[in-house]
Design a protein around this ligand. Sequence first.
Ligand SMILES: NC(=O)c1ccc[n+]([C@@H]2O[C@H](COP(=O)([O-])OP(=O)(O)OC[C@H]3O[C@@H](n4cnc5c(N)ncnc54)[C@H](O)[C@@H]3O)[C@@H](O)[C@H]2O)c1
Ligand SMILES: [Zn+2]
Length: 354
Amino acid sequence: VNSVKVALGERSYDVHIGPCAREMLQACNLRAGQVAVVADQTVADLHIDKLRSLLPDSTLVLTFPAGEASKSLDRAREVYERLGQARIERSGVIVTFGGGVAVDLGGFVAGTWLRGVRLVHVPTTTLACVDASVGGKTAVNLSAGKNLVGVFHQPIMVIVDTDFLATLPERDFVAGLAESVKQALVRDRAFFDWQETQIGTLRARDAGAISELIARGCAIKAEIVSQDEREAGLRAILNYGHTIGHALEQLLEYELRHGECVGLGMLVENALACARGVLARADADRIRDLLTKLGLPVRLPRPVDPGEVLQLCRLDKKTVGGALQFVLISGIGQPVRAADVTGPEIAAALAAIR
Ligand SMILES: NC(=O)c1ccc[n+]([C@@H]2O[C@H](COP(=O)([O-])OP(=O)(O)OC[C@H]3O[C@@H](n4cnc5c(N)ncnc54)[C@H](O)[C@@H]3O)[C@@H](O)[C@H]2O)c1
Ligand SMILES: [Zn+2]
């Protein structure tokens, strides 16, 4: 088992990576309080027996329908009502079980139930293993936009049992890889080079390659988050690809996966950086090549209106005083901030994914 420490003073925790949920959950001493699992229905159907066998008999399992639509205040309210009926107290623990949607919904509930109870993530998608389960961001969506309501609430432990990934559909497996490409592009050139050499092993879900991918991705995220837990500065580099990515996710009405939109967002933002003379064409081509070979889409499934993309970018949390602030890259592993990105620049850059 590989461990990655997230150093946050008294809120520090470990990410355990390996095929051994049993030892890890015992180590976590969940028996100290009541346990409520907030689980994706699809994941629960496949794997709840295994998780249940590791938890107290009295464990309450609450499921939500799979999909982004479950990141809603309505769903959160349903979970609160169930927690209330079961009298889950301050000493209780919420365990999330599923992908990024479970992390965000279950984490949001854990951060607000009785003003905050202990939280453990057991992520089951590549995206949640490599990215969402580390860092303490939680959120639900509004019709006005994605992730507009949320709290920072760190877990006390993250348990990545890579055996759960075996049942993940190909498309979701691949979508999550976009986040590890992103992590490499903003922080770790060697990790990018490594991913280029591991395309075959990753796509074949080689256990060693997957564990290394998750450990390296979590280590990058842990290092960034421990310096800037609440995104006062440095942490914003992780939003690379996301300003455009989130806009596409919403405009396409969640027809594409989050990771797929992040991949497309990076391509558009790279085109914008190339047009500004910030990024070399050769680097942009290399990134497009890696995303293509990993199996990520590099074109939109249907056209989007550039004006609507611009409008959604303006609603993004990263906007300051109406001015569009993007994180671009000037090379592999080198993030740069770009202030005052304009509508025409975005419209031109969207051609990269048409
Ligand atoms: N909190 C954060 O820091 C953070 C970071 C990145 C992304 N996110 C959020 O994460 C969400 C996307 O996460 P995701 O891509 O994991 O999506 P997801 O949680 O919707 O999971 C994708 C699909 O895979 C299924 N699934 C999950 N695990 C499975 C398994 N082991 N076997 C079979 N099927 C399985 C789910 O039922 C779902 O249909 C977005 O809402 C995004 O905004 C949050
Ligand atoms: Zn993301």
